[in-house]
Write a protein that binds this ligand. Structure first.
Ligand SMILES: NC(=O)c1ccc[n+]([C@@H]2O[C@H](COP(=O)([O-])OP(=O)(O)OC[C@H]3O[C@@H](n4cnc5c(N)ncnc54)[C@H](O)[C@@H]3O)[C@@H](O)[C@H]2O)c1
Length: 362
């Protein structure tokens, strides 16, 4: 079968399709749900309420655009009811306790959500025959971090030092067990687990993430306090992995056997920058602001370097990152700056999605 390798595939595949997104009130899920809606999909979201008033979900009033169901993935009967009533053709599973630091404070909640909740998702998939394509989101932190310089490949060893990483590695193992035991031979059905790293973009207000912390400091005219200035991260804009999820979901729909499995979506190697250089770039775009370096000797263990090898996505999916580090940071800061000056968040987000895909969708 010839696979359409251009991003025209997005519109062609998603227009008019029933798509379920778990975690639609979260940072990545709200951007993905808006993007799917723009592609003409009939989107239902399932998640806990948004945590903060300023969250992207609230700012773009996503519940006016898609059908949002408030619910907990740990509650199997409420989750399964949505699957059975909506009969989705596509599923993007993003709901999770997504913060490493919080996993130290609330390990059981993290494990119940990321392992128990994800198992409920797999169980609901098993009972839903309408599904054709599933994207199951874990994390780059599912890999056993060997603190080496090479990028992690999809077949590298899984592991997790902290509860969050361990929960994501476990969610991967359970996914693979369901694939082997129940999904492998299901006709016309494909599923992939996807692993991406730190993402940045407008509308994220999560605690202990460097971009929201920087924006809050800039808005209140306080110095931006950095505790880990030399930590290097593979930064990428939120639209980058989401474009990979969409492309992979579309290809799974067309050719499930060929595309099922695991896939990494990370930035190019030149997007590795320190926390300090990220913050300096945010300040430069914002126009004014100050940095204060304040290393915390009691901070919990944090792995120093982990990056993804994305050869598989590039080779078999023809997926490539589009925005470099500078553009990713500038687009992110632009979003917050525009909203801060009173512009409508929905318009800015739609415009950024268009800008990201524009030339391909024309
Ligand atoms: N943001 C990142 O940098 C990053 C990096 C790697 C992987 N990820 C993964 O991507 C996914 C989305 O991350 P995010 O940054 O959007 O996280 P987020 O914290 O912004 O959103 C999490 C979403 O999950 C929902 N959720 C949490 N617990 C739930 C429960 N028990 N029942 C139902 N819904 C629940 C929340 O309501 C929210 O909609 C997660 O699986 C996360 O682990 C994120």
């Amino acid at each position: 079968m010839v696979i359409d390798s251009s991003a025209h595939i997005y519109k062609k595949v998603f227009n008019g399709k029933r798509v379920l997104v778990t975690g639609d009130t979260g940072f990545k899920g709200s951007w993905l749900s808006l993007w799917l809606h723009e592609l003409g999909a009939d989107v239902v979201g399932y998640a806990l309420p948004p945590e903060w008033h300023e969250d992207h979900f609230n700012m773009i009033e996503l519940d006016r655009t898609i059908h949002h169901v408030q619910g907990d993935i740990r509650d199997f009967s409420s989750l399964n009811k949505v699957f059975q009533e909506f009969q989705p053709e596509f599923l993007f599973h993003l709901a999770a306790q997504a913060l490493v630091k919080r996993s130290y404070d609330e390990p059981k909640l993290t494990i119940d959500t990321n392992i128990g909740g994800s198992t409920n998702i797999l169980e609901a998939i098993r009972l839903t025959s309408s599904l054709r394509s599933v994207i199951y989101v874990t994390s780059d932190k599912c890999y056993k971090n060997k603190e080496w310089m090479w990028g992690y490949r999809e077949n590298d060893e899984l592991g997790g030092y902290d509860p969050y990483s361990a929960s994501k590695a476990s969610a991967e193992i359970i996914f693979s067990a369901y694939m082997n035991s129940f999904f492998k031979d299901r006709k016309g059905f494909g599923a992939a687990s996807v692993r991406a790293g730190n993402v940045i973009g407008g509308g994220d207000w999560s605690i202990d993430r460097i971009v929201p912390d920087s924006i809050k400091a800039l808005q209140s005219r306080h110095p931006i306090v950095i505790r880990n200035p030399n930590a290097t991260r593979p930064w990428q804009h939120v639209l980058e992995p989401l474009s990979g999820y969409l492309l992979l979901a579309a290809k799974l729909y067309q050719s499930p056997v060929e595309f099922s499995g695991a896939m990494n979506f990370g930035p190019r190697n030149d997007s590795f920058h320190t926390v300090q250089s990220l913050v300096e770039r945010i300040v430069a775009f914002w126009g004014k602001g100050e940095l204060q370096i304040n290393v915390d000797p009691n901070a919990p263990h944090e792995s120093t370097l982990l990056h993804l090898n994305c050869d598989k996505a590039e080779q078999i999916l023809d997926w490539h990152p589009r925005w470099d580090f500078g553009q990713a940071v500038d687009e992110t800061t632009h979003w917050y700056k525009e909203v801060d000056s009173g512009k409508q968040a929905l318009q800015i987000s739609k415009q950024q999605i268009k800008e990201y895909t524009g030339e391909l969708n024309d």
